[in-house]
Design a protein around this ligand. Sequence first.
Ligand code: ADP
Ligand code: ADP
Length: 226
Amino acid sequence: EDILTVRGLAKSYSKKEVVRPLDLSVKKGEILAIIGPSGAGKSTLMRMMDTIEPPSQGEMCIFGEPVTKHSVHRIRGRMGMLFQKTVLFDRTVAENVELGLSYRHLPKIERGERVAAILEHMGLSRFAERGARTLSGGEGQRISFARVLVTRPEILFLDEPTANLDPVSTRILEEMIIRENRENKTTIIINTHDQAQGQRLADRIAVMMDGTFVQIGSADEVFYHP
Ligand code: ADP
Ligand code: ADP
């Protein structure tokens, strides 16, 4: 069952077509990696799919519903995003994670319970009262991921989430990504310039170059070496 489909989706900036009209369908529970060189248009495509950026052309259907200005806010509330650059506020870890819930109209006590539960689940409880400033890069990105997961997203968009991390922190975050997918059937779309990361994580890989997909398939199909 398709959870996200795009048809003829394209984006131009001042006449330059950065994403050329493309089609894509993503199944519920799938991990799709979009790989390709810097400048290929991966981030622009992802910003359209996560509804941050309106497309120049094309249509999207998410959760079985066309994305329109009427539906976009409701749809966006069921999705989560994590970026290359960690953004934390100068507060405790628990307060930072709770900020993920700030638009959810949940009672304070329930917010606190959900924050404690997600930190516990991710093995991050020991950081709860630490100031965000005291975290390493890898720890900070794990907390950012907790801030996304506390909202229980049904689709996760990850834009080069490990590009600034060392190899150990990269593997830890990858394990958290896989676990979230396995346990909650969360659909995951991840941009990476790292082919090996695509192979480690993804059910399906789309190779993007010059604003379009040049290949899409399983790792074996995409990385076939005769
Ligand atoms: P990738 O994520 O694959 O590195 P991007 O989507 O970031 O690719 O960028 C694709 C192209 O679009 C690049 O040439 C970039 O300079 C251009 N681009 C991205 N965002 C903008 C913008 N807001 N205005 C103008 N050009 C942009
Ligand atoms: P309507 O027919 O209700 O005007 P459309 O089907 O024409 O809606 O959708 C266009 C509007 O939907 C855009 O003006 C924009 O506000 C919103 N929209 C559609 N796709 C996106 C997207 N990817 N990101 C943000 N907004 C979007």
